[in-house]
Design a protein around this ligand. Structure first.
Ligand code: AMP
Ligand code: MG
Length: 551
């Protein structure tokens, strides 16, 4: 099925003598093939201008990236580049650097911006679309899988509304860093191939307080099976454009659901259920690693169950279910850590609402949606059992242990990542040991708080934990727990330190951080400071614990 859509392109970049030289030998670029299945299967906007407008009856608009002055490569994912067959650009005139900054079009590609809508903060927002993201095309990797390569911050599109289509370095660096860190953690995500500074300034009012400032601009190249999102389907449904909705659904099933036959009359239900289930597993994974997305609008949830659109995201440091890093959401905390499972379900219910335009069997759709809760329950129970190093959570005592743990973590500021990581080192085989809770001390932001009631609650909980945990040898349990509980996560303040340096033109910190986060479960000698809880100075600094949507 895929072969029909694969078109081998010569992949000579336009106007680039350098690459022509490379292609004449066994250069890495030669092995790349292009696919046009998306643009060939789905209707395009008939207009070509980038004038902001309402686009109807089309899934995307052809638009080229806007050139930039002085592209410079700041970061490159070698593993991803290798799997795609793209070598790291080594100099400023490198053809791939020109392509990934939007300065040259790779021959054979027809870049486009997607049309979609979405529910934002609980309200239908109408047409949104890729206002600053442009897909270069679909590239076939060495194993035959197809990936969309999408530039974020590549200039205006018909979906930019009043905005500039650009992105600043700080948000681009955060997006690059976090998506690669999520991949290393084993959490489904879009990948990032490159982080490029453009040499052009972008003006942003970071705190929305009337103080716009010029900031360095940047472009990230994202990679995903597709950037289809729940809002992609909601938009034609909201307009009563059933034929387009049908086409989008058929396309998604045919090309992205190898286990579902798109001609099967039940395909719609099987597809909806599959999306519900994988979204449930994704949210359980976010919970496992303490990730807060920050803007879970329906336009920011993928049909593939992968994390997309890293904006004002954050990592839970002190355990606090009501915490959100997004200052725009500070009033209602709609998208806080503890609400993510319920919000995903709400988003899926909006998406299911869109699908009612294709079937009158709403009861069946409801059943599919119910699979979300079932899958989440299952995935989160298994996830917490593995975080605790217990075989399962099926006894009443273990359920209570988990419930009481959340109470314990809420009593005083306790680092979510470090607590679970330390728990693996709590001995259980010989429960008589003097201070079994010692390994948990690094997780406490205020160790003095442990002197009274909190200390007693901790000792009591640890004693009960030991009774359950001793069913496995300590070494086995600890090894298991280290696979579920990362030591290094992309803490906001660490990203901010890398941003501070990168804005001054230095990238040592960024590269060290990328390297540490590539192996988040493995203790790395000399890298202890990346595994520490947030320092006091970072508590209120912008970018370190609170972020605006400005990007
Ligand atoms: P987000 O909250 O980042 O998912 O973005 C929501 C919508 O705003 C999407 O349609 C984006 O394409 C659009 N958008 C955000 N920033 C910009 C920008 N600088 N220029 C154009 N469109 C933007
Ligand atoms: Mg978005």
């Amino acid at each position: 099925r895929q072969i029909r859509h694969l078109v081998s392109a010569s992949l000579k970049p336009v106007n680039s003598p350098l690459i022509q030289r490379e292609s004449s030998g066994p250069g890495p670029c030669m092995s790349i093939a292009l696919s046009h299945r998306y643009t060939e299967s789905l209707p395009a906007d008939s207009e070509r201008s980038r004038q902001p407008r309402i686009v109807e009856g089309a899934a995307y608009s052809f638009v080229d990236p806007d050139p930039v002055s002085q592209p410079r490569l700041l970061a490159w994912s070698t593993a991803l580049g290798d799997s795609l067959g793209i070598a790291r650009p080594s100099e400023d005139q490198d053809a791939w650097l020109q392509v990934l900054s939007g300065n040259t079009r790779w021959s054979g590609t027809s870049p486009y911006a997607n049309c979609y809508g979405g529910h934002q903060f609980g309200q239908w927002a109408g047409q949104l679309g890729d206002g600053r993201a442009i897909t270069l095309g679909e590239f076939v990797d060495r194993s035959g899988s197809i990936h969309e390569l999408q530039l974020k911050g590549a200039g205006r599109t018909p979906y930019s509304r009043g905005a500039d289509g650009r992105a600043v370095l700080r948000s681009s660096l955060r997006e690059y860093l976090c998506s690669e860190a999520m991949h290393a953690l084993g959490v489904p995500t879009t990948r990032a191939l490159s982080l490029i500074t453009t040499g052009d300034d972008v003006v942003r009012d970071m705190f929305y307080d009337g103080n716009p400032q010029a900031e360095p601009g940047a472009i990230v190249c994202h990679v995903a099976p597709s950037f289809l999102r729940l809002g992609t389907f909601e938009l034609p449904a909201s307009r009563g454009d059933t034929p387009l909705l049908r086409q989008l659904v058929d396309y998604s099933i045919e090309h992205h659901e190898p286990d579902i036959d798109h001609r099967d009359p039940d395909a719609l239900f099987a597809w909806y259920e599959a999306i519900c289930r994988r979204t449930a597993r994704l949210i359980a994974e976010w919970t496992r690693v303490g990730f807060v997305h920050g803007v879970m609008n329906t336009d920011n949830l993928s049909i593939h169950g992968i994390t997309i659109d890293y904006g004002p995201y954050g990592w839970l440091e002190p355990y606090e279910p009501g915490w959100t890093p997004n200052t725009t959401d500070a009033q209602t905390s709609r998208y806080c850590f503890g609400r993510q499972p319920a919000i995903a379900q709400w988003n899926l219910s909006r998406f299911g609402g869109a699908l009612t335009h294709l079937t009158s069997d709403t009861e069946r759709l409801e059943q599919c949606l119910a699979s979300y809760a079932e899958e989440y329950e299952h995935a989160s129970q298994a996830m917490f059992a593995s975080k605790l190093g217990l075989v399962d959570l099926q006894s009443e005592a273990r359920q209570q242990l988990l419930t009481d743990l959340f109470d314990l973590l809420s009593m005083t500021e306790t680092d979510y990542t470090l607590f679970f990581r330390g728990l693996g080192a709590v001995p259980a085989e010989r429960p008589g040991e003097a201070e079994p809770q010692a390994a948990l001390m690094p997780a406490y932001y205020d160790p003095a708080a442990l002197q009274g009631e909190v200390g007693q609650a901790l000792r009591d909980w640890v004693a009960r934990y030991q009774l359950e945990a001793k069913q496995q040898p300590d070494a086995v349990r600890q090894a298991d727990m280290q696979r579920s509980n990362p030591l290094y996560v992309a803490r906001n303040y660490l990203a901010q330190l890398a941003i501070d340096e990168a804005e001054q033109g230095r990238t040592e910190e960024l590269h060290r951080l990328i390297q540490v986060l590539e192996n988040p479960y493995t203790e790395q000698p000399g890298m202890e400071r990346y595994a520490e809880k947030r320092p006091e100075w970072a508590r209120h600094r912008a970018g370190c614990s609170a972020l605006s949507c400005s990007s």
